[in-house]
Design a protein around this ligand. Structure first.
Ligand code: G16
Length: 543
């Protein structure tokens, strides 16, 4: 077998965003596109010679072909070994676990997360570092720099092995180990949680619906929930991964997980409902007749985490992304632990977790996780909820009501405006940014502006600074809105408007969310000049 050194040229736009490089699938399928980016990953991390990597993806269209290319390129770049999930499948948290457990030099994960999959949908590649977490900005910048100066890539002409068969093979002197995609992850979950208590819960007639959304979590959820914990067969729905996710968006929110929402809102709803996304790192939590917002879920998990064996000794701290509601801040203050506010992107939690400054982390975008891996973890969040429900013997509704009665309620929603012309979206954000300093003290409807911030973050561990991470307009009394442009969209710009209205423990804690937010929505739309600047008056998606 020989290594072929292929001359190439830089391809525009191979700049990793919030979570790796995400583009339309046909872009990734252009000749040399994957090859250039993978070579840039290897070059950006100082070469692959003698290194070991984990490789896997969420099974979306083109996953198999891209993995074949990565295997042949890793061999040609002198890698010692690849650990690959069977069939090329690994959930993002499972990949993070394997990187850590095997002390590898990192991993390459193929996913566009919650974005749809298929020949005309979305694809993505990201690199995770040896701690198991997404590459921080200094690494993604080095990878991007390599994409702009690349002149050749290296690929073996050996055939990639059959990934459906477990075992070890040799590709041009490199070991490829195909492993069970689920086993190591399932073992880790068994170490973190009180599986006996959850088993007893199910044995006592507790019912649940888990929507895997035709994505990668299906095999994990079936093995753990139905196989190990004894949930009734059929608890996991849409449990077979498909390359186009059954034609849907594998995005666990009330819009895209409608089948689950309908089930949980029905008169005969199960006790508990949950969904996970394309690559298994996001989660949605529901009780009977009730959606738990991701921000509330983080706050409630933080308040109750000590019921799970892994967190029984307490939490060192907690972290949330800036647009996530401030509900968890109140819990952290009550527990007397640190609470960090980071930019959007799981990569910003890595240093806090490594330094044991934070034990739990979470985001409004349906991501929650802990120090067990360095990615957010959908099934982990579901299992922590189950552990808490089992330990407390309460329903989701009872836990929520008690939580709000103690801490008050941060009513919360995110409005997304998709495929907005980039120039218009930038103009909207630029105009508000310039207006921020003059807003303080002004009144809009019932709200008086307490502060306007162009959010910047200084990492408390390594001192690195990330600027321009979103605009915050804070009102007196704890309500606020945040605006930023998505870093994961693949078409035009996606404007994300995050709306939060705080009601204290003595206020009305059981309002419909849209009613509780109606005034702040009207004020925010007006203040950002939404319709004047974009022509839009309704969000495309509300989560
Ligand atoms: C990624 C990041 C998250 C982020 C989300 C949305 O998640 O890991 O930290 O909150 O994107 O980002 P944006 O608002 O920039 O679109 P995932 O699940 O897509 O990998």
């Amino acid at each position: 077998m020989t290594t072929i050194v292929t001359p190439t040229q830089p391809i525009d736009g191979q700049k990793p965003g919030t979570s790796g490089l995400r583009k339309k699938t046909p872009v990734f399928m252009e000749p040399g596109y994957v090859e250039n980016f993978v070579q840039a990953i290897f070059d950006g991390i100082g070469g692959a010679e003698g290194k070991t990597f984990v490789v896997g993806g969420d099974g979306r269209y083109f996953n198999d072909k891209a993995i074949g290319t990565i295997i042949r390129m890793a061999a040609a770049n002198g890698a010692a070994k690849l650990i690959v999930g069977q069939g090329g499948l690994l959930s993002t948290p499972a990949a993070s676990n394997l990187i850590r457990k095997n002390k590898t030099d990192g991993g390459i994960i193929l996913s566009a997360s919650h974005n749809p999959g298929g020949p005309n949908a979305d694809f993505g590649i990201k690199f995770n570092i040896p701690n198991g977490g997404p590459a921080p900005e200094k690494v993604t910048e080095a990878i991007f720099a390599a994409t702009t100066s690349i002149s050749e890539y290296r690929i073996s002409d050996a055939a990639a092995p059959d990934l459906s068969v477990l075992g070890t093979s040799d590709v041009d002197g490199m070991v490829v180990q195909v492993i069970d995609s689920v086993a190591d992850y399932a073992e880790l979950m068994g170490e973190l949680f009180d599986f006996d208590a959850i088993k007893a819960l199910f044995a006592g007639g507790f019912t649940m619906c888990f929507d895997a959304m035709h994505a990668v979590t299906g095999p994990y959820a079936k093995a753990i929930l139905e196989g190990t914990l004894g949930a009734a067969p059929g608890t996991v729905i849409n449990g077979v991964p498909s390359p186009d996710f059954g034609g849907g968006h594998p995005d666990p929110n009330p819009v895209w997980a409608k089948e689950l929402v309908d089930t949980m809102m029905a008169a005969d709803a199960p006790d508990f409902g949950a969904a996970s996304d394309g690559d298994g790192d996001r989660n949605m939590i529901m009780g009977r007749g009730q959606f738990v917002s991701p921000s509330d879920s983080l706050a409630m998990l933080t308040a109750n985490a000590t019921h799970a064996p892994a967190y029984a000794k307490g939490l060192s701290g907690v972290a949330r992304s800036m647009p996530t509601s401030q509900a968890v801040d109140r819990v952290a203050a009550d527990l007397g632990i640190e609470c960090f506010e980071t930019p959007t992107g799981w990569k910003f939690f890595g240093n806090l977790l490594d330094a044991d400054r934070a034990t739990l982390c979470g985001e409004e975008s349906a991501g929650t996780g802990s120090n067990h891996v360095r990615e957010k973890d959908g099934l982990w969040a579901v299992l922590l909820w189950l552990n808490i429900l089992a330990a407390k013997g309460q329903s989701v509704a009872e836990i929520s009501a008690a939580h709000w009665a103690k801490f008050g309620r941060n009513y919360y929603a995110r409005h997304d405006f998709e495929a907005v012309e980039k120039a218009k979206a930038n103009d909207l954000v630029d105009t508000l940014r310039e207006a921020l300093p003059g807003l303080v003290g002004q009144s809009f409807g019932p709200f008086t502006v307490a502060g306007g911030t162009n959010f910047a973050y200084t990492d408390p561990v390594d001192g690195s600074v990330s600027e321009n991470q979103g605009l915050i307009v804070a009102f007196e009394g704890g309500s606020r809105f945040v605006i930023r442009l998505s870093g994961t969209g693949t078409e035009g710009a996606t404007i994300r408007l995050y709306l939060e209205s705080y009601t204290g423990p003595d206020g009305d804690l059981a309002l419909p969310v849209d009613q509780a937010l109606s005034e702040i929505v009207a004020v925010a739309y007006e203040m950002i000049g939404l319709t004047a600047k974009t022509g839009r008056s309704e969000p495309d998606v509300v989560t």
